[in-house]
Design a binder for this molecule. Structure first.
Ligand code: PQQ
Length: 252
């Protein structure tokens, strides 16, 4: 934000709910990671198996971080209703009882790609930028005001269309991908809208001042950046061929 924008944010009238939602959605339209070159390659069937393996094992770090950031968010609120709602996000990823959860479904995907589970879970082969980006997301949720922390999850508003595109594109393009492998994304098609609708309503209700609203829009921008930089790193390492020391080297 420049100085003038900062002054308007501090002194300006709050946006109406519709305008506020439009400002949040505009961030996705401008910079969600569906616009990244690496996604276009992934969905368009233009990657080889080793490159898809690299994407899946790096993305595991994100999957593993999400329930940690959700636990961090819950630890910060005295609002029992918010915790009652938010806890199902942890169950969605970690599983509950018989339900194995999203991390397990992600490991089904990495199994099918021929990756060793212990290696994936160890995150040893992940790119440095992936590790930094996902931890930055966890730290953001620990450190920012609660409403801003909730707002950082709102990139999920934009996720179902990328998931739909990914399911169709990957099933069609890669012989090593089948329905079972895509189960993670199929499940997210119903989970993500529920989560995003709740978070959007919460943020609209609790961000009262213009500067709080601007901070929420900035949180969505920050989150888009954490997603974008992960794909930049994949592109640099596995498309342009600059694999950092110690990172996964495809043999497939
Ligand atoms: O495949 C994707 O493009 C994508 C993006 C995002 C996102 O926008 O953060 C999430 C997911 N998937 C996802 O599967 C998921 O569980 C998830 C949780 C969150 C969050 O911020 O709490 N984002 C996302």
């Amino acid at each position: 934000m420049n100085e003038i924008a900062r002054t308007i944010a501090a002194t300006g009238e709050p946006m109406g709910p519709a305008e506020f939602e439009l400002a949040i959605r505009a961030v996705g339209a401008e910079r969600y990671h569906d616009k990244h070159a690496f996604h276009k390659l992934l969905h368009g069937g233009k990657l080889n198996k080793g490159q898809v393996q690299a994407w899946a094992l790096n993305r595991y770090c994100y999957q593993a971080a999400v329930p940690r950031k959700d636990a961090a968010l819950m630890s910060r609120t005295h609002d029992r209703e918010l915790r009652r709602e938010w806890i199902h996000r942890i169950h969605d990823h970690d599983g509950l009882g018989e339900e194995q959860g999203g991390i397990e479904r992600w490991l089904v995907l990495t199994d099918a790609l021929g990756l060793d589970r212990d290696y994936v879970i160890s995150m040893e082969g992940a790119l440095p930028a992936t590790r930094f980006a996902v931890e930055a997301y966890v730290r953001f949720v620990v450190e920012q005001p609660l409403t801003v922390a909730v707002a950082s999850s709102l990139t999920e508003l934009f996720a179902p269309s990328i998931h739909r595109e990914r399911i169709a594109g990957m099933l069609q393009s890669y012989r090593f991908v089948n329905e079972e492998v895509m189960a993670y994304f199929k499940r997210r098609l119903s989970q993500a809208p529920r989560d995003a609708d709740f978070a959007l309503a919460y943020v609209k209700r609790t961000a009262a001042t213009r500067s709080e609203q601007e901070a929420c829009v900035d949180a969505v921008r920050f989150k888009c950046n954490t997603l974008w930089v992960q794909l930049d790193a994949l592109q640099h390492a596995y498309v342009e061929g600059n694999v950092p020391p110690g990172a996964f080297r495809p043999t497939a």
